[in-house]
Design a protein around this ligand. Sequence first.
Ligand SMILES: [Zn+2]
Length: 288
Amino acid sequence: MSDKKISAAPSWLGLSDDRKQFLFLPERAEVVRRIFELAIGGMGSYAIANYLDERKVPTFTNSESWDHTSIDYMLRNRATYGEYQPKSFAGGHKKGIPSGPPISDYYPAVIDRKTFETAQIARRQNLANRGRKGNDLANIFAGLAKCAYCGHELIFHRVANVQVLACDQVLNGKGCTRTAWTYEDFEITVLPFLAHPALVERAQGDRKVKLVELADKIANLPTSQEPYAVRVDISVLLKGIIAEMVVHSAGIVSNPRLPSASITKDVRGRFLEIRLWDGPLEKCICIS
Ligand SMILES: [Zn+2]
């Protein structure tokens, strides 16, 4: 780095007293890493801001609460992995326009480039998914569950004020089974299955650690003081654990129905299959 004084540092870095060097601040770096992890786990910037507020994580400014725009800015900022893009402010450009090639290893990196790129893919998917915005982390299985009959994603939806999971094709009026699974019932079927000691027992190493962590979060969920934050944690863990989730909302036999038929909820014999990592598909049956 040159002898020139630095005028400003990214919010997660500090400046040395002589303003000639950036300082790596481990606590802030940890927060940035967490933000990327949550984004990769499927959370949008609003949800991440709420999560950090709920956890009382101090902001990097004087502000008392996290702002989704600054989180979004951070998630798009290549300075997080150390890259600096020189800019020209000629012609009165307020934000500046890129001038010359980017310089790598300019800032102390708080994440690696691969994490950054993975987060960009996740961000685009988050933005494309309607209904993820805001406080509502109602569906912790978003992006995970798919229809056994047509392969389309199961979408969170309200039918007569009841929250359900239903096949995308059903909701788009394109047929499929016209069946849905009450969301609450779905969650109380799947979560105990995933927290089952036998499942945890079979896993090894890192996988076991993750399953134990998941089981612990699930067990604490009903009494938690901060259920939203715990649900976020569970959602992030699920995305790392579940490789496939196939939902048979109409049971073994499914008869495609006319797009005009009403949606039937909670069909007897409904079940789902779950594959953890590269393991086998395991059957999870709803007992109600
Ligand atoms: Zn379907």
